[in-house]
Ligand binder design. Structure first.
Ligand code: F6R
Length: 259
């Protein structure tokens, strides 16, 4: 089972996860980070700016989880732009070392296999940051995605397009298709850190952490991972049956055991 850590707010979650990332980079300067987009990871990226100030990040590598298909890479909401704006530029990472799946229609049929090969050539992802959709997706693995899936094109659900319409002028501007790391790809990362904030995520979080393993609940794939950490605010933890146990276990965590 994943370790569940319930913190007061998103800011505290950001500081906690940024600290875990910084410690990985201290040990391994060429750490491979798995980068999520959307609103959820922003407090982590914000906290990393302070936590990593003065650290040599020239060797750090990164792989984004997903990208919209057919979006202009220069569009402010393309995940390439978001990763540049929120991660690469503020942290001063080497842009050549940070990869985003190629969502351009030309060559899309082999873009997934190319991305899988690039992750493998990098030696795999050390720490994967994840958010979760209100419909339970991680990456853009919508309900029904195979636990063995690899990077490929998916059709976004109406619910995901509605949720993401806030980043665009209207829902009609939200792309219909994406290219996303598969659940099988995500499960190969050495440490998964899933964050969720707000009541709107409570049901998806409970299904992922405590529900049955099911392709209908893609987030439940994290239960198969030997090192998964779930960091939540109180609102996102509302539907967890074992919330008191998670609090108790974290409060009594042995000092030598880290996130
Ligand atoms: C983003 C991603 C998605 C988001 C999810 C939650 O790269 O893969 O799984 O993490 O849609 O989005 P937010 O954080 O905007 O609520």
């Amino acid at each position: 089972m994943a370790e569940v850590v319930i913190v007061p707010d998103a800011r505290a979650a950001g500081a906690l996860v940024a600290d875990a990332i910084a410690r990985v980079i201290e040990v391994r300067p060429d750490t491979v980070l798995g980068l999520a987009t959307g609103s959820t990871p922003l407090p982590v990226y914000e906290a990393l700016r302070g936590r990593l100030a003065g650290t040599d990040l020239s060797l750090v590598r990164g792989f984004a989880l997903d990208e919209y298909v057919g979006i202009d890479p220069a569009h402010p909401q393309s995940y390439r732009s978001v990763i540049s704006r929120e991660v690469v530029d503020p942290l001063g990472l080497d842009p050549a070392r940070v990869h985003v799946p190629d969502g351009s229609p030309e060559g899309i049929e082999h873009a997934g296999a190319d991305y899988e090969a690039a992750i493998e050539a990098a030696g795999g992802v050390d720490l994967q940051i994840l958010g979760i959709g209100t419909d339970g997706h991680i990456g853009f693995n919508e309900p029904g995605s195979s636990f063995a899936s690899v990077t490929r094109v998916k059709t976004l659900t109406e619910q995901t397009r509605r949720d993401n319409a806030r980043f665009f002028a209207s829902i009609d501007d939200v792309p219909m298709h994406c290219i996303t790391q598969g659940l099988g790809t995500i499960l190969r990362a050495r440490h998964l850190v899933l964050l969720a904030f707000g009541e709107g995520k409570a049901a998806a979080v409970a299904a992922a952490v405590e529900g049955p393993l099911s392709a209908s609940s893609p987030g439940s794939a994290i239960q198969l991972h030997p090192h998964a950490t779930v960091v939540l605010d109180e609102a996102a933890a509302t539907d967890l049956a074992l919330a008191d146990y998670y609090r108790y276990a974290y409060a009594n965590k042995p000092a030598w055991q880290r996130l």
